[in-house]
Write a protein that binds this ligand. Structure first.
Ligand SMILES: [Zn+2]
Length: 248
């Protein structure tokens, strides 16, 4: 493990830790095999595999993905990030993996440090390029998410699936927090920021808090079906995440 990664993990653990919620148990990690599951705090990113550091959100997604696509290693997969446990899992399992990051100072298609810049609202890939597209915690940060869903559908082949997670509330309706108007962000509610591995903690604006209607939003972007798989919502020491599965 690189020094940067160790430091990142220690900092993340210190940030997440709530001593009263601490718990530990053995489990078979869907990402890395026999391991220990630790609950640092009662949230979907506060429960992690001790070996690969995958959060309950990532663990939920990988469980669903492995079940839906047991032949994942033979497929063309596109993941919308270039770091973290999901990316490392896909890099090990999938020879034909394409990955990217959004760098706001680079044109889509340009490269930085071996990583291609992509804006999911205007992907540079050809139509029907991939069998599977994955993302975790991306779409709440996309100004025009409908445009992004359309783009994911465009680059998927017939029979392809889009498997992703976002923070999902139990509410029926999505709450819009901000929107882009003529290149300027307009705030409808007090700004909410999340972190990512490129920009750091609390640096990325959440445009919305998704509710259960995310499935309709995805379907109206041209997917044949979209459902939330809730089976792993509390599978990992009481934590986990709904996983959206969309098919074309
Ligand atoms: Zn693991």
């Amino acid at each position: 493990m690189r020094r940067f990664e160790i430091l990142h993990r220690v900092r993340t653990a210190a940030y997440l830790l709530r001593p009263s919620q601490l718990a530990l148990r053995g489990f078979r990690c869907p990402v890395c095999g026999p391991s220990l599951l630790v609950r640092l705090s009662a949230s979907d990113i506060g429960v992690r595999c001790m070996r690969c550091a995958a959060s309950a959100m990532t663990l939920s997604l990988v469980c669903v993905l492995k079940e839906l696509r047991p032949g994942l290693g033979g497929e063309a997969v596109y993941e919308l990030s270039s770091r973290g446990p999901l990316f490392e899992f896909l890099r090990r399992e999938v020879p034909r993996l394409t990955f990217s990051e959004f760098f706001n100072d680079l044109e889509p298609g340009a490269w930085r440090g071996g990583v291609q810049c992509q804006d999911v609202q205007r992907l540079t890939f050809n139509d029907s390029s991939f069998d599977v597209v994955t993302s975790t915690g991306v779409f709440e940060h996309v100004a025009d998410d409908a445009r992004g869903f359309c783009e994911v559908r465009r680059v998927l082949r017939p029979g392809g699936i889009f498997v992703f997670t976002v923070p999902l509330s139990d509410a029926e309706d999505t709450v819009e927090r901000a929107r882009m108007r003529d290149g300027t962000i307009e705030y409808l509610l007090p700004p909410e920021y999340h972190g990512d591995r490129i920009r750091g903690r609390g640096r990325v604006l959440a445009y919305r808090n998704y509710g259960r209607d995310i499935t309709e939003r995805v379907r109206s972007s041209g997917f044949r079906s979209a459902d939330i798989d809730w089976r792993f919502k509390s599978a990992f020491l009481g934590q986990g995440s709904g996983v959206v599965v969309a098919r074309i």
